[in-house]
Design a protein around this ligand. Structure first.
Ligand SMILES: Nc1ncnc2c1ncn2[C@@H]1O[C@H](COP(=O)(O)OP(=O)(O)OP(=O)(O)O)[C@@H](O)[C@H]1O
Ligand SMILES: [Mg+2]
Length: 248
């Protein structure tokens, strides 16, 4: 089977700073894959490199079997969408939900927009009443639901999720995570998800990669992490530092 995402020897260099130092990663089709590691380890940079937002100095990235070049075309964004941490920064506050969802449809010249908007709003648990509200009138959790609807509207096969719930309250966080999991099942999506919360990663992901200083420390299954069957001290320290995780 072709990998959804196959990355080999990926180097990202900002000015002279090497943010990623030869990272390899394979995410299978339909898999939910986690990235963990301390702040600054390169997790967001890895997602940005996939979407063409970070300067790739060496290595290759292939999505659904196609090796990507320097730029990303429209077809790429129909297949791969990103959800960011900050539901305030990622949605224009003075736009209605309808406008925010129409925009990608217009850019991609999609005709059956009406059906897609209804489906996406329904899937993220926002009824019709939300369609003509302004983003600034929504709670953080509602905004993140809109951001997810917006990511889904082009019917991608891969979602890149960068700390998608870390700006939300614990209870809202759980709702949004459950929603993401349902959407993934229903749409048979592949997830590549960053979180500093190991409990979230083991709940949401089948496999994960531990990163440190721009390198992969080790690759584990969720059950290996839960059972503390890890090989590297760095991962053991992450486990120890992760409060509340001891219950596993
Ligand atoms: N645009 C940029 N210019 C220069 N350096 C950058 C840039 N973006 C990221 N970096 C650096 O690259 C390193 C990795 O950053 P990255 O954002 O990928 O970390 P992260 O693992 O996502 O951390 P966090 O958990 O805090 O979000 C950091 O040292 C960061 O300062
Ligand atoms: Mg980050």
């Amino acid at each position: 089977m072709t990998a959804a995402i196959a990355i080999e020897g990926l180097e990202v260099v900002f000015d002279r700073f090497r943010a990623l130092k030869g990272v390899n990663l394979e995410v299978r089709e339909g898999e939910s894959y986690g990235l963990v590691g301390e702040s600054g380890s390169g997790k967001s940079t890895l997602l940005k490199a996939i979407t063409g937002l970070a300067p790739v100095a060496a290595g290759t990235i292939a999505v659904n079997g196609r090796t990507l070049g320097k730029t990303r075309d429209k077809a790429f964004f129909r297949g791969v969408q990103m959800v960011f941490q900050d539901p305030y920064g990622s949605l224009h506050p003075r736009q209605t939900v309808d406008r925010l969802l129409q925009e990608p449809l217009a850019i991609h010249g999609i005709q059956d927009g009406e059906k897609r908007i209804e489906r996406a709003l329904d899937e993220v648990g926002l009824g019709k009443g939300f369609r003509f509200r302004y983003a600034h009138q929504l709670s953080g959790g509602q905004r993140q639901r809109v951001a997810i609807a917006r990511a889904l509207i082009l019917e991608p096969s891969i979602l890149l999720l960068d700390e998608p719930t870390s700006a939300l309250d614990a209870s809202v966080q759980a709702e949004v995570l459950n929603l993401l999991e349902e959407v993934r099942r229903r749409r048979k999506l592949t997830f590549l998800m960053v979180s500093h919360d190991l409990a979230i990663i083991t709940h949401m992901c089948e496999r994960l990669m531990v990163m440190q200083n721009g390198e992969a420390v080790e690759t584990l299954t969720a059950s290996q992490l839960i059972g503390h069957r890890v090989s590297e001290d760095y991962t053991r320290n992450l486990l120890r530092a992760s409060e509340g995780f001891v219950r596993a």
